[in-house]
Ligand binder design. Sequence first.
Ligand code: PMP
Length: 360
Amino acid sequence: MSTIYNFSAGPAVLPKSVLEQARDEMVDWHGTGMSIMEMSHRGKDFTAIAHQAEADLRELLAIPENYKVLFLQGGATAQFAMVPMNLLRGKAGADYIDTGIWSDKAIKEARRYAQVNVAASSADHAYTYAPGQTAWQLDSNAAYVHYTPNETIGGVEFHWTPEVGNVPLVADMSSNVLSKPIDVSRFGVIYAGAQKNIGPAGLTIAIVREDLMGEAMPRTPTLYDYKVQADNGSMYNTPPTYAIYIAGLVFQLLKREGGLAAMEQRNIAKAKLLYDYLDASDFYHNPVAPENRSRMNVPFTLSNPALDAAFLQGAQQQGLLQLKGHALVGGMRASIYNAMPLEGVQALVNYMQDFVKKQG
Ligand code: PMP
């Protein structure tokens, strides 16, 4: 089989070496005669896997001691509800920054529980930029400030961390977690669905500052209470064991490859290759303000949308898969997460050049 490059936004490409190791260990994990999938989550083998995964994630992100790492389910979408349920702590409202389809979904869910103040929005320019901090109308009495550091559909990324004083900052890092080093101490809660840069779908990671736990609103479902999850080592009920195992393999690989500083350098190089080509071309277009362009998700359109189907078909024939843009915005999108090698982006750019030439 010739080389395949998978540009899916998520579930997304995983490192081949991780998949190969999982394959080798699938049926008989380390001579136990069992698959991880068949083991009790409370047995010594699986608890060791979960502890190692947490330790490796803590090391990669340099997570301070006063933060809990939770392995949850329900995707980032469940966090849209869990965040207000846990963080309002008796307050009426929270600030939200509206930069695209995902922050809008977070806002809509939060409105079920909280008075949402949209402190800044880029809806005025079709979500093609990240509003600068000076434009934010923050409420000093807000329970927290929520933003989406990387909008997976719009391809808009914050390359800076907002300064929100003593109000806890909450970040939906679903699509750029582990793509670069971050200062966790700047955040109250960080959450991410696993299926882009971490591992398989079904696992959601939440990193929660300890002092923000323990005041969930009455009637919060037990499983949605961060404190219950923390007190039970994310095992109040059965966790997504196999997804945690795969995530753990990804964390070990990232450590071997030089950690998040090395990932960032690779991701910068990959994104530069693609954006430089897009900017030099009259045929393709990326609508995002240059300083807010995502290193993870690169949406682009063809000057003639009638050629979209031919573009996708030709790409598929070259082994360049899942480039179709999100149904809500159309066009194309190349997601170039950690597991996408530079060669994959180069292959895409080569194909894009050839496609233009073919149009004569
Ligand atoms: N937030 C962002 C930024 C996302 O990209 C996604 C998924 N594409 C979600 C939230 C929703 O995640 P999930 O499907 O895991 O609930």
